[in-house]
Design a protein around this ligand. Structure first.
Ligand SMILES: Cc1cc2nc3c(=O)[nH]c(=O)nc-3n(C[C@H](O)[C@H](O)[C@H](O)COP(=O)(O)OP(=O)(O)OC[C@H]3O[C@@H](n4cnc5c(N)ncnc54)[C@H](O)[C@@H]3O)c2cc1C
Length: 420
């Protein structure tokens, strides 16, 4: 009998998985359904560029339904919950979809309301986030009006999507304010709950060097507890304060609300408890998860989601054929870090190995790791084309996959640097 595969979320991970499964199974073997609440697919890495006028919202949004191969059924709807006992998805408004295999690809949810005062007076005037399209566009207008003062970028708490994005933001802010000739009368501060600017010590050391060079202040171990958008004061849980004229916040993140309403599926933050190597959910063998929706210790990044996607279709096929799952995902993450002035760094790491220096093999030639270069910046720009034309259609990318390549890397640094 034809199997029913239901995918919750049609963003990066849901689209890659649906398209790869459509190639793996014939129409007689499986129906593939994707549910998402809207028809707008946002290329989220592009949100970084919108506040600086380097991209517009129109350039980074495409119709979601057009990203699916033919034969995939797209349902516009809001998932209410999953009935894990009877293998059914409930939609708000009464729709029900039964499944043989469920894939949770519902990403992470922004929770600005969880920080006291964040959404109070000042929100959308001097307090913004660039993590969604409205916020990024509002911030573009605020930065155009900004005439010097204290620009504070704050990470409310971990985990967040793309942990390097706030660091990229301060680097670009430095470039932007210099271009406008107002850097001298501005201060830029990055406030983070971490004990350094990034989660991994070796990369953190390299990035801190750049922050110092660009005279960007770093406020560490700062977990935002309260925002006063009128007085321009950000207060941490331990009572420290940071004054701002413009606050750019990365709010708390949680998983999709339906995960919390589906008993046994998620953890306290509504992220799906997932096997780190097979992507099977802990709750039931016919449930899988990928991308930002999982509780995995890998970064919440599009690259991670893509590498997971290259394994997930194989494991779903193996599950349906009664075969053992492949334990191949090693937490591989890979990211260009924009540093301003048309340069970028490249970092590449996995569960066990933190980002190191050396060179990374790509189709454009070997790219320097943890070192600023023009080539890395071009790689970052080219990535948008690769996203729409190779990643989302579900193609394998040459030289990058679920297992991290080690050729050309200075891995001995890990022992010296004391990785986990
Ligand atoms: C500013 C910014 C910069 C970034 N830069 C990079 C970068 O440079 N490199 C990189 O690798 N990654 C980057 N990322 C991260 C990357 O975009 C995400 O990790 C990736 O999109 C995760 O894919 P996903 O499928 O898990 O989630 P998403 O792509 O977010 O998709 C989740 C989908 O689920 C849907 N959904 C949720 N709940 C429901 C519901 N109840 N009913 C119906 N549908 C629902 C949502 O509408 C959404 O479409 C960045 C992210 C941001 C915000």
């Amino acid at each position: 009998m034809r199997k029913q595969i239901v995918i919750l979320g049609g963003g990066t991970g849901g689209t890659i998985t649906a398209n790869r499964l459509r190639k793996r199974f014939t129409a007689d073997e499986a129906d593939i359904h994707v549910i998402d609440r809207d028809d707008r697919h946002v290329y989220q890495p592009g949100l970084l560029f919108v506040p600086f006028g380097l991209a517009s919202v129109d350039e980074i949004v495409r119709p979601r339904s057009r990203q699916f191969h033919s034969g995939i059924r797209f349902h516009k709807g809001d998932v209410e919950s999953v009935d894990l006992e009877s293998d059914r998805v409930r939609l708000f408004g009464g729709g029900i979809l039964p499944y043989d295999v469920l894939v949770v690809a519902s990403g992470a949810r922004l929770l600005p309301e969880e920080t006291e005062g964040m959404l109070g007076p000042g929100w959308g005037e001097r307090v913004f986030t660039f993590y969604d399209t409205d916020g990024a566009d509002g911030l573009r207008q605020a930065l155009e009006r900004f005439d010097g003062g204290r620009l504070v970028v704050d990470i409310a708490d971990m985990p967040i999507k793309c942990p390097v994005a706030p660091i990229e933001f301060v680097f670009l802010a430095d470039w932007f304010l210099r271009e406008r000739g107002i850097r001298e009368r501005s201060e830029i501060v990055l406030a983070t709950p971490l004990d350094g600017c990034f989660t991994k010590p070796i990369a953190s050391k390299h990035l801190t060097y750049l922050l110092d060079e660009k005279q960007i202040e770093l406020e560490t171990e700062f977990s935002a507890g309260e925002v006063d958008g009128v007085g321009g004061v950000l207060t941490s849980y331990d009572g420290r304060t940071v004054d701002f004229d413009l606050l750019v916040t990365v709010p708390l993140h949680g998983g999709a609300a339906f995960v919390g309403r589906s008993e046994g599926l998620g953890d306290a933050l509504d992220f799906v408890q997932t096997d780190p190597h097979t992507l099977q959910a802990a709750v039931k063998p016919n449930v899988f998860a990928l991308g930002d929706a999982t509780d995995l210790p890998s970064s919440k990044a599009g690259s991670v989601t893509h590498f997971e996607g290259e394994l997930l279709d194989r494991n779903i096929e193996r599950f349906l054929r009664g075969q053992e799952l492949e334990h191949r995902f090693d937490g591989h993450a890979n990211c260009f870090v924009e540093t301003g002035f048309k340069k970028a760094l490249l970092i590449d790491f996995n569960y066990d190995t933190e980002p190191v220096t050396g060179r990374f093999p790509t189709a454009l030639g070997p790219m320097p790791l943890l070192r600023e270069s023009r080539l890395n910046h071009l790689g970052k720009l080219l990535f948008q084309w690769i996203y729409w034309h190779a990643l989302l259609p579900g193609r394998d990318l040459p030289l990058v996959g679920p297992e991290m390549p080690t050729a050309g890397k200075h891995l001995e640094q890990v022992a010296l640097g004391g990785s986990r």
